[in-house]
Design a binder for this molecule. Structure first.
Ligand code: GRF
Length: 192
């Protein structure tokens, strides 16, 4: 069972999944492996980590396409070359077309840095602080056509502490993202 992970930046969630797959020996326990890491940005830091791990990497620059549909069609072609059982969005900062989402229905997952359904969209940590939330967190969910909506697979909660900035809260949430994303992907693979 091949896992294809899409990133746009640092790729710490991707790296956490790769490391967990190694530590838990997903090849043996789940018959699964991370087959490819795909980025829409050539300078995404996570690409170097993936290459060091011997994982195939692909770059597809969205700016080379004149519509979302054209980009998503090319993206699907790249992904499908790796015959994915599960497609993982890990800080992939592109909105996907309904056609793309439908193609991978039930096996396309995303992580969002809030306790959904609260705070869909961007700037989740600042918005949680501004709202006076005492708790924040992260959510892994199946991707459906609507942004940041879709069946919830895993969530984790962290406290919002006095004096938190968006950055300090984001760092606390990110450590939990790494835990729940690997767990959710393993759960999904088990059901495949
Ligand atoms: C994470 O906070 C994720 O929830 C959000 O973007 C960030 C990506 O971080 N969508 P990384 O690239 O996995 O380090």
């Amino acid at each position: 069972k091949n896992i294809v992970i899409l990133i746009s930046g640092g790729g710490s969630n991707m790296a956490a999944i790769v490391r967990t797959a190694q530590q838990q020996d997903w090849a043996r326990t789940l018959g699964a492996r991370v087959a490819a890491v795909v980025s829409n940005k050539a300078d995404a830091k996570g690409l170097a980590f993936a290459r060091e791990q011997g994982i195939a990497t692909e770059v597809l620059d969205h700016r080379a396409f004149d519509s979302r549909e054209a980009f998503d069609a090319a993206l699907a072609e790249v992904i499908d070359r790796h015959d994915p059982a599960v497609v993982v969005l890990a800080g992939f900062m592109r909105i996907l077309t309904p056609g793309f989402v439908a193609r991978y229905a039930g096996r396309l997952v995303n992580i969002h840095p809030s306790l959904l359904p609260a705070f869909t969209g961007l700037h989740t940590h600042q918005r949680a602080i501004d709202a006076g939330c005492k708790f924040a967190g992260c959510t892994v969910h199946l991707v459906t056509a609507e942004l940041d909506v879709g069946p919830i697979l895993e969530q984790a909660v962290v406290p919002v502490l006095a004096g938190d900035t968006a950055d300090t809260l984001a760092a606390r949430v990110l450590t939990q993202e790494h835990v729940i994303y690997s767990r959710a992907v393993a759960g999904l693979l088990q059901k495949q």
